[in-house]
Design a protein around this ligand. Structure first.
Ligand SMILES: Nc1ncnc2c1ncn2[C@@H]1O[C@H](COP(=O)(O)OP(=O)(O)O)[C@@H](O)[C@H]1O
Ligand SMILES: [Mg+2]
Length: 260
């Protein structure tokens, strides 16, 4: 639990949000597998699900009694809301109860965008990484995530998204950066990458032009990735030798290297 985690790194805790205001681009898949990849590689990681769909807990095969909603509404102490889910990996679960928490935040007269930052103050510096999964919409909780996070990882799926969509999202990021200067778009991750599909090539070429250094090695389209949540397992458990596991391992290594 919260009392027995040990932070390994010497730097400050890294706060990485996986976001983009579109659904079905691989945000949840990326948040889960990056978080587990980092934990396997030896870091301590807190994974936070800020989506009312609450898919992260079931994808990890757990049913925590409390989570982010109880933390935000102060119905439970932080220790009770953080569940150990794997070695070195902890979860602050999302789910439907977040709808009520969002209404409470909306009713605040000021400081609503900092509710998450305030609620997470007690864990500052206690993990090497905090990885946040977000909802497809730019709701109040996603705005809270942007005010808390320092690094943004944006998955880009050629099926769902055009370059225009990423550029629009970057525009909303710029709006938040005026108030939260430490926030940066750090990684652009092509997902559902399929060499046989022309669109995959096209979007990759466009992303190279616009994002160059931020662009990560694509995650291939992989059936194992889509099956693993149904078994409550990450890709490192369900398909350790699959292209999906390879892709997320490469992403993990890249993220870790940046902290050195
Ligand atoms: N690289 C991939 N190849 C095949 N299926 C994937 C891949 N990434 C994600 N999926 C599947 O696609 C669906 C949408 O992914 P998800 O991560 O939930 O997206 P988001 O969180 O952006 O809505 C899920 O069923 C997931 O298991
Ligand atoms: Mg999702």
């Amino acid at each position: 639990m919260v009392t027995n985690y040990v932070k390994n790194g010497t730097d400050t805790m890294r706060r990485i949000a996986v976001c983009l205001s579109k659904g079905g681009v691989g945000k949840t898949t990326t948040a889960i597998n990056l978080a587990h990849g980092l934990a396997i590689a030896g870091s301590t990681v807190l994974l936070i699900d800020t989506d009312t769909q609450g898919q992260v807990a079931s994808a990890l095969g757990v049913e925590p009694e409390a989570g982010l909603a109880e933390l935000l509404t102060q119905r439970a102490d932080i220790e009770e809301t953080i569940a150990p889910v794997r070695e070195r990996l902890w979860l602050l679960a999302g789910g439907r109860s977040l709808a009520g928490a969002k209404r409470e935040i909306d009713r605040r007269t000021f400081g609503g965008e900092l509710a998450l930052t305030e609620a997470l103050e007690p864990i500052e510096g206690k993990y090497d990484f905090v990885v946040l999964d977000t909802a497809p919409s730019l709701d109040i909780l996603s705005v809270n995530v942007l005010f808390y996070a320092k690094e943004i990882l944006t998955p880009v799926s050629p099926e769902v998204l055009t370059l225009q969509g990423v550029l629009e999202f970057q525009h909303s990021l710029n709006g938040v950066q005026k108030y939260h200067k430490e926030l940066q778009l750090k990684y652009v991750l092509p997902t559902f990458y399929d060499l046989r599909v022309k669109k995959s090539h096209e979007i990759l070429d466009q992303l190279k032009v616009h994002y160059d250094d931020l662009l990560c090695q694509p995650i291939k389209y992989s059936v194992k990735l889509s099956e693993s949540p149904g078994y409550g397992q990450t890709i490192f458990e369900y398909g350790p030798n699959s292209p999906g596991a390879e892709g997320y391992k490469i992403l993990t290594q890249r993220v870790m290297k940046d902290g050195k």
